[in-house]
Design a protein around this ligand. Structure first.
Ligand SMILES: C[S@@+](CC[C@H](N)C(=O)[O-])C[C@H]1O[C@@H](n2cnc3c(N)ncnc32)[C@H](O)[C@@H]1O
Length: 321
């Protein structure tokens, strides 16, 4: 029977050094520890969907006191003061932490990307501009390929501003001169006015642009795993079909419910998924149950608990000690 352990336990035994990377593997660990063990230039496609604001959250509330005869505090020479909360400063601090959390992971992602590889970073409108600047610094602006807008239409609508109904996916390539883009493998979409293009073209459909209209995971559909931030398979299928070749390794180091792995398997690619949340691992254990050749590292998929460390030194290293 397995016992709970620190996330990262067993990474070293699961990741032999040297050329080649493990295939169809799901790792329970902090992703930075795993990334640091992957060979340079070894991964043709990386997709990540980092959680917003995962960095150390500094709940620093800045205060300022101002003179106010009706204030609740008494200071020098018996003067009354009122305390103001400066909330904006707090937001900036939290965001700095988020970027500090992401940066070393994005630097490692760039290092492990194959010379013709592509990185997709799934963000929302609050983060995308900051992360774009960060990625431009890591990759160089010439390696920025696209900003894909995934537009959906679900849930409530604010009546006080334009309802935000899209995600942003930044796409970077290791080399702007030589990267994989399988235009013929991309699923096609219906013409808005099929009558105007003729029956042959209408039957074939047209290529999607950088704006993808696609529904969220239906709340009671078969695809639903119950993981709150689960992304639709349709989005991952399109990304993997366009930007990798059959047999390629696809890495998702913020794996959540494992959508990337499911789409990769469907399309004949190999996958490596990493997450540090036992609940994500439990969801993936259910989702991949019965699929042959899927290996869990640091987690017992049958018991649904972290696996006992097989190598204490490895656990310490993976935990960053
Ligand atoms: C937005 S969710 C990903 C959802 C996923 N795309 C899907 O379709 O289910 C982000 C995931 O990153 C994981 N995560 C956050 N910090 C991590 C870290 N340092 N190492 C590994 N995983 C991490 C969280 O546990 C969460 O499952």
């Amino acid at each position: 029977m397995s016992t709970p352990s620190t996330p990262g336990a067993g990474i070293v035994s699961g990741f032999p050094d040297g050329p080649g990377v493990p295939t169809d593997t799901i790792v329970y660990a902090d992703n930075l520890a795993v990334l640091r063990r992957l060979p340079t230039g070894s991964v043709p496609l990386i997709y990540i969907d980092p959680p917003f604001n995962t960095g150390r959250t500094r709940t620093l509330t800045r205060l300022r006191t101002i003179r106010d005869p009706n204030g609740d505090r008494v200071g020098f020479q018996g003067r009354a003061y009122r305390t103001l909360r400066l909330g904006t400063q707090r937001y900036a601090d939290v965001f700095d932490d988020y970027l500090a959390f992401l940066e070393p992971r994005l630097v490692e992602a760039r290092r492990v990307l194959a010379p013709t590889g592509t990185l997709y970073v799934h963000l929302d409108y609050r983060e995308v501009h900051y992360v774009k600047v960060l990625l431009d610094g890591i990759f160089g602006r010439e390696c920025f390929l696209n900003e894909v807008i995934w537009a959906y239409d679900f849930g409530g609508r604010s009546t006080r501003r334009w309802p935000a109904k899209h995600d942003n996916i930044l796409v970077y390539v290791a080399s702007p001169r030589d990267y994989v883009f399988n235009v013929d493998a991309i699923d096609r979409i219906p013409y808005l006015a099929p009558g105007l293009v003729g029956p042959e073209k209408a039957a074939r459909g047209k290529l999607p642009t950088d704006t993808w209209w696609s529904t969220i995971v239906p709340t009671n559909g078969r695809e639903r795993t119950g993981y709150p931030t689960q992304k639709p398979l349709a989005i991952l299928r399109r990304i993997i079909a366009a930007s990798s070749r059959p047999g390629d390794l696809v890495l998702d180091f913020f794996a959540g419910s494992g959508t990337t792995g499911v789409a990769a398997r469907e399309l004949g690619r190999r996958f490596l998924l990493v997450d540090n949340n036992p609940e994500a691992l439990r969801v993936m254990a259910r989702r991949f149950a019965g699929m042959p050749g899927v290996r869990f590292v640091g987690f017992d998929p049958v018991a649904g608990v972290p696996a006992a460390p097989s190598d204490p030194a490895a656990s310490a290293e993976a935990a960053g000690e």
